[in-house]
Design a protein around this ligand. Sequence first.
Ligand SMILES: [Zn+2]
Length: 141
Amino acid sequence: MARRRRRHYPPSRIRYEKEHPLVAVRVNKELKEFLDKLRVGEGGEIKSYAEVIKEIITKSYDAYKKWYEDVYMKGHKEGFEDALNMVFDLEPKDAAKYNIVYPLCPNCGKPMRSVIVRKGSKLGEWVLEQIRENGWHHTKC
Ligand SMILES: [Zn+2]
């Protein structure tokens, strides 16, 4: 049986491909027809799909980047902070609903509200072990 030989590419081709990664995109018919319209340049020349797509990306890149940094990342950060605050603001009895416990301080016996342990998680078990074996406690106690 003939063995399929691996194709050899010159180093320049390998470097080029590394610097110019291929992005393949499947589009719906409507988008394909729109791209076909955009392929016709002002002088009637036909551009490649790659040229058209690069033009679109380049034109919208700055606006998209600004949106991403201003809106998306801000929203992401706020959402994360809200979630974190929600967890830190939970009453211990409510935290149980979310499978979260606040470990008890070995010195005063009150919940350590700055430590969150998810029941059954490896990290949670590790934290509980640290409290048991190394005596983690409230900084004030
Ligand atoms: Zn304490």
